[in-house]
Design a protein around this ligand. Structure first.
Ligand code: PLP
Length: 429
């Protein structure tokens, strides 16, 4: 078969974009060469519906082993006793949990999307808001911190069957004990979606949600630095105090319900090549090198927020505990859309983001979200964060001057050459 140069040329173009640019999207990272190798391996050819040793297909002896390694390492990483590593993505992990725990029309209580929550926590445009009855808590307008009084008030009024903590754009730690106290008061299942801070949680830099939350979901590709994917974890199986039943009407243990929420509930065959890549990434995340990395991610997140504030930008909640910061651009008279577009032209990638109590639409927004996970993988330190913010500020002071954007782009491209990313791939193109 002839090599498909059309597509490979585009892949090479994307590699160069990643290599030459400054990547500040808080949900992105750069995987290691071995994670990428596993993701592109022959395991992509294998069907393996079911779980290790309980498959619906023959020939699964090898993928049973790679999947078991991924499960064991995931459990070790988070101090869990059970893990399902099959969800194709974070959204799939959440879909599986909601399917396993809820009936159509049940009430859920999640973090408001416009305050930093995720679509799968009850947004009306997502399955979670269409199939279930969503209610929301948010942040305090003055402090930018979760409003725990409001959480309790809404929970007591609505008595949701599930409360969801976790976010896509919240830079502070979570009081999981408080969430559990509220959940217990109203008899709700407590789920934490830790997609963003997963790596910081795994290595003990943030509070441990598994101590208080019944079920944890996460993506594997953000701070955890694995392949694109999701997983579900529990510290303890529990004897189903919520009386949840399977489709046959039988009472089942939570872990069995969650396994069947993934398959056959919401997915078909697992992506065994990605599961092998997850196993490798989890092994990496258990290493001392990763511990040093994730400590630096947190330091760099803080340095980014501090540098923005020292240049007069409004950082929501006045800083960050994790890898990301949310910048409200209204005081600079800029929109998120304009900022994102100008920065992309200077090879600096961020995403526009709603800020709490935003008066603009999600297509325009008043803010940008930045994160330190990807630039830290490239080897950057706190002083580099200050330089990054200086470059961003130069763009945003004069976002419509093509000359200004080209000058910053050239500086970024030269600088990035000092932090090579996928050097070994040069020989493959
Ligand atoms: N949950 C949270 C909190 C997220 O931030 C995201 C993605 O950004 C997801 C779920 C969805 O993950 P995926 O894009 O892998 O479906």
């Amino acid at each position: 078969m002839q090599r498909d140069q059309q597509v490979f040329d585009l892949i090479e173009k994307e590699r160069q974009r990643q290599e030459n640019g400054l990547e500040l999207i808080a949900s992105e990272n750069f995987v290691s060469a071995q994670v990428m190798e596993a993701a592109g391996s022959v395991l992509t050819n294998k069907y393996a519906e079911g779980l290790p040793a309980k498959r619906y297909y023959g020939g699964c002896e090898v993928v049973d082993q790679t999947e078991n390694i991924a499960i064991e390492r995931a459990k070790e990483l988070f101090g869990a006793t059970w893990a399902n590593v099959q969800p194709h993505s974070g959204a799939q992990a959440n879909a599986a949990v909601l399917l396993a725990c809820l009936n159509a029309g049940d009430k859920i209580l999640g973090f408001d999307l416009s305050h930093g929550g995720h679509l799968t926590h009850g947004s009306p445009v997502n399955f979670s808001g269409k199939l279930y009855e969503p209610h929301f808590y948010g942040v305090n307008k003055e402090t930018g911190l979760i409003d725990y009084d409001q959480l309790e008030e809404v929970a007591k009024k609505e008595k949701p069957k599930m409360i969801i903590c976790g976010a896509s754009a919240y830079s502070r730690d979570w009081d999981y004990a408080k969430f559990r106290e509220v959940a217990d008061q109203v008899g709700a299942i407590l789920m934490a979606d830790v997609s963003h801070p997963a790596g910081l949680i795994a290595r003990g830099l943030l509070s441990d949600p598994l101590e208080y939350c019944h079920i944890i979901t996460t993506t594997t590709h953000k701070t955890l630095r694995g392949p694109r994917g999701g997983m579900i974890l529990m510290r303890e199986d529990f004897e189903n105090p919520f009386g949840l039943k399977n489709p046959k009407g039988e009472l089942r243990k939570m872990t069995a319900l969650l396994d069947s929420g993934v398959f056959p509930g919401t997915q078909g065959g697992p992506l065994e090549h990605i599961i092998a890549a997850k196993a490798i990434a989890f092994g990496e995340a258990l290493s001392d090198d990763y511990l040093n990395y994730i400590i630096q991610v947190q330091k760099n997140g803080n340095a980014l927020a501090e540098a923005f504030m020292s240049k007069g930008y409004h950082v929501i909640s006045g800083g960050t505990d994790n890898h990301c910061a949310l910048i409200d651009l209204r005081s600079k008279d800029l929109t998120g859309k304009l900022a994102e577009n100008a920065l992309v032209k200077a090879d600096i990638t961020v995403n526009k983001n709603m800020v709490p109590f935003d008066d603009k639409s999600p297509f325009v927004t008043s803010g940008i979200r930045v994160g330190s996970a990807a630039v830290t993988t490239r080897g950057m330190k706190e002083a580099d964060m200050t330089k990054i913010v200086e470059l961003i500020d130069t763009v945003l002071m004069n976002p419509e001057s093509e000359e200004n954007l080209a000058a910053v782009r050239s500086q970024v491209n030269k600088w990035m050459a000092d932090f090579p990313l996928y050097k070994h791939l040069d020989s493959l193109v």
